[in-house]
Design a protein around this ligand. Structure first.
Ligand code: FES
Ligand code: FES
Length: 168
């Protein structure tokens, strides 16, 4: 069974050693997803699988047969930017941009975790059915996405501009 990548069918590689990240970049020429550390430490390779954020450098592509993968190229729709992409521009959420696709995919997955009530280290009510959006939740939940340029204030601002009201 193929996997779906940004709404299109893609064959699962025959070589079981190919990571999801290398499938995207080297087999499918989807260069938006970045290779930083290639060992699960930086978040630059974050993509969404069935809406959940995944570090694609740590994932073997064959595991994702039949699953729906969304990369930064798949977030924009109708020729326009995703609202979070626009907010990163408006709020200076990047400098070199290398971490940005991973930051944006991660933030989309993170907001969905809040809606589903997935607790984090800073969540007080572990039984809540959804977790309130807050500065501390964003900082904690985005801590796996490093930015060597230190654009963290703009990143948090962009995420807050797009999602704070929706989550209130
Ligand atoms: S490249 Fe995957 S976490 Fe750094
Ligand atoms: S914008 Fe350069 S690493 Fe984040």
């Amino acid at each position: 069974m193929p996997m779906m990548i940004n709404g299109r069918e893609a064959p699962v590689p025959g070589d079981a050693r190919v990571s999801l990240l290398d499938l995207l970049r080297e087999h499918l020429e989807l260069y938006g997803t970045k290779k930083g550390c290639n060992q699960g430490a930086c978040g630059a390779c974050t993509v969404l699988v069935d809406g959940e954020r995944v570090l694609s450098c740590l994932a073997l592509a064959v595991q994702y047969e039949g699953r729906e993968v969304t990369t930064i190229e798949g977030l924009a729709s109708g020729g326009g930017l995703h609202p979070l992409q626009q907010a990163f521009i408006d709020d200076d959420g990047f400098q070199c941009g290398y971490c940005t696709p991973g930051q944006i995919c991660s933030a989309v997955g993170m907001v969905d975790e809040l809606r589903r009530g997935v607790p984090s280290y800073v969540t007080d009510d572990l039984a809540a059915t959804n977790v309130a959006f807050s500065h501390d939740e964003v900082r904690e939940r985005m801590s796996g996405n490093l930015c060597r340029c230190g654009a963290y204030n703009g990143i948090v601002e962009a995420i807050t501009d797009v999602y704070a009201e929706q989550q209130a």
